[in-house]
Design a protein around this ligand. Sequence first.
Ligand code: GLU
Length: 305
Amino acid sequence: MENILKEAVESSRSVLKKGSVATYIPELAKADPEALAAAFCGTDGAMASAGDVNTSITVQSISKVASLGLALQMLGEDLIFSRVGVESSADPFNSIMRLEMKAPHRPLNPMINSGAILVLSLLPFKESGERLQAVLETMRLMTANQDLAINEAVAVSERDTSDRNRSLGYFLRSVGSMQGDVENVLDSYFRQCAIETTVKDLAVMGATLASGGRNPLSGNLIFSERVALILRALMGTCGLYDGSGDFAVRVGLPAKSGVGGGIVGSIAGRGGIATVGPALDSRGNSIGGIRVLEHLSRSMSLRVL
Ligand code: GLU
């Protein structure tokens, strides 16, 4: 298995020069555009990895899987999906356009920024610190890594520059789609996006979803089977934003990307597969990660879509 991963990583490195690291969050511009790594964690807990496995990245949008899972678990799918849709989006992840165009001004899905911010606002916590702690704990449980922590420099960098997410939050409140203190919700959003992980953490996260919500390393049940299924389904249709269709054709896996350069894939009953590669394509998805997953989807017969 390690050799298969190594071959996929090494043969994909040439595509990295066509991508570039995210710069709209200034601190992310410091990431190494040449880093590339892959890991697979089976539903039996067996782990294999290759490439620059010690590269750590912030999870960014991958954290939306954890916060949505937490919200579904705490509040139930009827409530969550009465406030946010489950349809894929053809627009960039932070677009405001469609939100404004059509009443009832519901975000299209929980994987785009507007949807994730709205979902966070529904969690029953008053303080942003409590809300963040609950999401961080969910990430720790999904990865079986109690040491996961926030990269405060990245969180502050996003907080100081995120006019777009602020616009989404205030717009949602102005049309009555979201209630409460927007800054309070955004504070926990920026910090959950700045949780630092490695490719192995991300592979375990995918394996937890592949095992019906049970973490194969710790044996703990994190989500119900239904919640794990919903998360995989939404990763399959919306996990790579406006690149989700292209990814489905090329790779064929439920997966979630983040602008830090991570991608988490999940193959029900089989395991989690993850890549780290901070050089991104024009849609904000890891250019090297997609190439690695395309390779592995073929060589390991991972395709489920
Ligand atoms: N924190 C990022 C933002 O809100 C997450 C986006 C992403 O990973 O795609 O812009």
